[in-house]
Design a protein around this ligand. Structure first.
Ligand code: NI
Length: 254
């Protein structure tokens, strides 16, 4: 059994969601944690979680939503956290890839959502792109909050800082890319700190790079992790599932 700890499933990307879920389960991925991170997809994933046993969800506002999110929407988010099968808040964080002009507003939105996570004892799914330093300093303000550094692609040193703060490292399709050194991070941190994810529909692993991604490709990521660590596929599946269940407190519902 594999758990895809971070993916997106929206009618905007897939014509036949029933078929996608069926294919995912048939490939050995029987649980998916689907993230709704803008107003529309938050409601969409809540509906998905009601319809499919295999789907759990995280909800929260992505940093690219910073100009649209107001306090009323954050209050509503708080209420929606009580929805069954919401297992965390995210993806939230900081993204300076396209510029830093709204840095303060991004940090403000990130902090507000970290505060909500702290209040409800929920784990967070962190999106951090070109923003490592600020991300770490915000996470340090909330020492009781733990979570997943989703789609990690930084250095070994950075990974170790996140782990020391109680976070797990989300490893996705990038680890299979020929030009990526992410396998070195995997080697350094070991399977006990890893969560597997696809971030579908983005970042399909090799040999599907550039194509529409879905959780059915998660085994390719698990295999790369197993080969890198020289352990069996089953061991990777077992340990990463334990990691996911304990972080997202899935044990009571799985
Ligand atoms: Ni994502």
């Amino acid at each position: 059994m594999l758990i895809d700890t971070h993916c997106h499933i929206s009618e905007d990307d897939y014509d036949d969601i029933d078929l996608v879920i069926k294919e995912n389960i048939n490939s050995g991925v029987d649980k998916m944690i689907v993230s709704g991170c803008e107003e529309k997809t938050i409601y969409e994933v809540i509906e998905l979680s009601k319809k499919y046993n295999s789907i759990y969800i995280t909800i929260g506002y992505h940093p690219d939503q910073v100009n649209f999110v107001d306090d009323k929407m954050l209050n509503k988010l708080e209420l929606l956290l009580k929805t069954p099968k919401v297992v965390g808040i995210g993806e939230i964080g900081l993204d300076y890839h396209y510029g830093k002009e709204n840095r303060d507003a991004q940090i403000n939105l990130f902090r507000k959502q970290m505060k909500i996570a702290e209040k409800y004892h929920l784990p967070v799914v962190i999106h951090s792109r070109d923003a490592t330093k600020d991300t770490i300093s915000v996470l340090k303000e909330f020492p009781s909050v733990v979570g997943d550094i989703h789609c990690f692609s930084g250095s070994m040193e950075t990974a170790k800082i996140y782990i020391s703060l109680g976070y797990k490292i989300g490893i996705g399709g990038v680890v299979t890319f020929k030009n990526s050194n992410l396998y070195k991070v995997v080697e350094a941190i070991g399977v006990s700190s890893i969560l597997l994810e696809t971030d579908a529909p983005y970042l399909a692993p090799v040999p599907f790079r550039g194509k529409l991604n879905s959780s059915k490709y998660l085994p390719y990521i698990a295999k790369k992790v197993a080969d890198t660590l020289n352990i069996s596929f089953d061991e990777v599946a077992k340990v990463t599932s334990i990691n996911a269940k304990s972080l997202f407190d899935l044990k009571s519902i799985l």
